[in-house]
Design a protein around this ligand. Structure first.
Ligand code: HMG
Length: 393
C-alpha cells in the first residue's frame, strides 16, 4: 500500500466588504416582519461591496495575509473559484497573482460551478499536492451575491472571500478520502451571461439542495465513508444560515436518525457566526462555516475530531467529504483578524444600499476613476480602455 502524507488546509484567511446593511433596515423599507429575516432565514446583516471593490479586491485581501505569513515559496498553482466573474476569458486569479506579487512560475485558473467550485478547487489542489508534496496551492473562493431589488432573494445577498493554503502536513484540517459526489441538471438558480443579478426559483432551489444532500451522502457511504455519528461538526453551504438546519434535518431523516432540535442547534450554531452577518458568499460560504467553527468562542478544542463538509452549487453539483482537525490547530488561527474584518464594515442606510446596487460599471471603454469608498488593502481604482486598473494601498 502506498503511504500518502496528510494533505489539507494549512491556513485560512477571510475578507469581506467595506459596507454592511442590517436586515432590520431592509425590513423597515419593504415592510417585512424582521423576525422573518432574523429567525425565518437566520440572517442579521449582509456585506455590501463599495463602488471600488470587486471579487479581485476581496480575493487579494483574503489571500495577502497567507502570503505575508508563509511567503510564496512552493506556491505553483492558484485556483480562484467564483460565480461573479469579471471577465469571460481572463481568470480573476491572474489579477490576484499580480496584486500579491507571486512568481511567474505559477499556473493560475478560474473555476465555476455556482457555489460549489471552491470545493472542486480544494480537491484538485489535493491531487496536485499528492503528486508532489512540496507543492502548495492557493485556493481562493470570492463572490458577490446579487439578486434583484425587492425580490425574495434580496435578503440572501452578501459578499466575501476565503483563501485556503493547501499543503502536505497541514496545520488546520486534514482532508480525507473518500468524497461523495452528486450532479443533477436542474434550473434552480442561474445567471445568463447578459445579466448581473441571479435568477432563482427559491423553493425549487431548497428542494434541489436537499436532493443533492441525499445524493452525495449516498455516494459517500457507498465509497466507504464514515458513519454520521463520527462527526463532531457539520459545515454546510449556507445561502442563509437556516438552510444548514434544513439540510442537517434532512440528512438525519434520510439516515434514519431522530431529529433533536437542541442537538442540531448545538452542532450547527458554531458554524453560522460569520454567515449570519455576512450573507451568502456563494463559493466562500462553506469555508466561512469552517472559519466560524475554528474561530468559535465556545472554547472546545476539536483537535483530532472529524468534521463533515457539504458543498452545494446550484444547477447542481454537491460533494460530501470529511476532514480531521490537526492537533494544535488553535494556535494558528486568525480569529482576531477575522473578527476585525467583520466589525470594521461601515453600516449604510437603505438609500445608499439601493444606489450601490443599481450602480453599473461604465461599459464605453473610456477612462473612469472610481469613487474612493473602500479602505481595504486593494481597490479597483479605475477603468480605462475596457481594462480594470487595481491599486494596492
Ligand atoms: P421567501 O418566499 O421570501 O420566504 O423566500 P418564505 O416565505 O419561504 O419564508 C422563509 C422562512 O421564514 C420560512 O421558514 C417562514 O416560515 C419563516 P421555513 O418554512 O423555511 O422554515 N418566516 C418567519 N419566521 C419568523 N418570524 C416571521 C416569519 N415570516 C416567515 N415573522 C427564500 C425565502 C430562501 C426562498 C428566498 O430568500 C430566496 O429565493 N433566496 C435565494 C435562493 C436561495 O438562497 N436558495 C437556497 C438553496 S439553493 C443554494 O444554496 C445555492 C445558492 O447559494 C446559489 C449557488 O449555488 O450559486 C443560492
Amino acid at each position: 500500500m502506498t503511504h500518502h502524507p496528510a494533505i489539507g488546509i494549512h491556513d485560512l484567511s477571510l475578507a469581506t466588504t467595506e459596507f454592511v446593511l442590517p436586515h432590520a433596515t431592509l425590513a423597515a423599507h419593504n415592510g417585512t416582519e424582521v423576525g422573518k429575516y432574523h429567525i425565518g432565514i437566520g440572517q442579521r446583516s449582509m456585506s455590501v461591496p463599495a463602488a471600488d471593490e470587486d471579487i479581485v479586491t476581496l480575493a487579494a485581501a483574503a489571500a495577502a495575509p497567507l502570503i505575508a505569513t508563509h511567503g510564496s515559496d512552493g506556491i505553483r498553482t492558484v485556483v480562484l473559484a467564483t460565480e461573479s466573474a469579471i471577465d469571460q476569458a481572463k481568470s480573476a486569479g491572474v489579477y490576484v497573482h499580480s496584486l500579491l506579487g507571486l512568481p511567474s512560475a505559477t499556473r493560475v485558473v478560474e473555476l465555476k460551478q455556482a457555489c460549489y467550485a471552491a470545493t472542486a478547487g480544494l480537491q484538485f489542489a489535493i491531487g496536485l499536492v499528492r503528486r508532489d508534496p512540496t507543492h502548495k496551492v492557493l485556493v481562493i473562493a470570492s463572490d458577490i451575491s446579487r439578486y434583484d431589488l425587492d425580490s425574495p432573494g434580496e435578503a440572501t445577498q452578501g459578499a466575501a472571500a476565503v483563501a485556503l493554503l493547501v499543503t502536505a502536513d497541514p496545520a488546520l484540517v486534514r482532508i480525507e478520502d473518500p468524497s461523495g459526489v452528486f450532479t443533477a441538471d436542474v434550473m434552480d438558480f442561474w445567471r445568463p451571461n447578459y445579466r448581473d443579478t441571479a435568477l432563482v426559483d427559491g423553493q425549487e432551489s431548497i428542494t434541489a439542495y436537499l436532493q443533492a444532500v441525499e445524493g452525495c451522502w449516498k455516494d459517500y457511504t457507498e465509497q466507504g465513508g464514515r458513519a454520521l455519528q463520527d462527526f463532531a461538526a457539520f459545515c454546510y453551504h449556507q445561502p442563509f444560515t437556516k438552510m444548514a438546519y434544513k439540510a442537517h434535518r434532512h440528512l438525519l431523516n434520510y439516515t434514519g436518525h431522530a431529529t433533536d432540535e437542541d442537538a442540531a442547534r448545538r452542532t450547527l450554531a458554531r458554524t453560522t457566526a460569520y454567515n449570519t452577518v455576512i450573507g451568502n458568499s456563494y463559493t466562500a460560504s462553506v469555508y466561512l462555516a469552517l472559519a466560524s467553527l475554528l474561530d468559535s468562542a465556545d472554547g472546545e478544542d476539536l483537535s483530532g475530531k472529524a468534521v463533515a463538509f457539504l458543498s452545494y452549487g446550484s444547477g447542481s453539483v454537491a460533494e460530501f467529504f470529511a476532514g480531521t482537525l490537526t492537533p494544535g490547530y488553535r494556535t494558528v488561527l486568525r480569529t482576531a483578524a477575522h473578527t476585525r474584518a467583520v466589525q470594521r464594515r461601515r453600516e449604510i442606510d437603505y438609500a445608499t444600499y439601493r444606489q450601490l446596487h443599481q450602480r453599473r460599471l461604465p461599459a464605453d471603454g473610456g477612462e473612469h476613476l472610481l469613487p474612493e469608498q473602500s479602505t481595504g488593502p486593494f481597490r479597483l481604482a479605475a477603468l480605462a480602455g475596457h481594462k480594470r486598473i487595481y491599486t494596492a494601498r
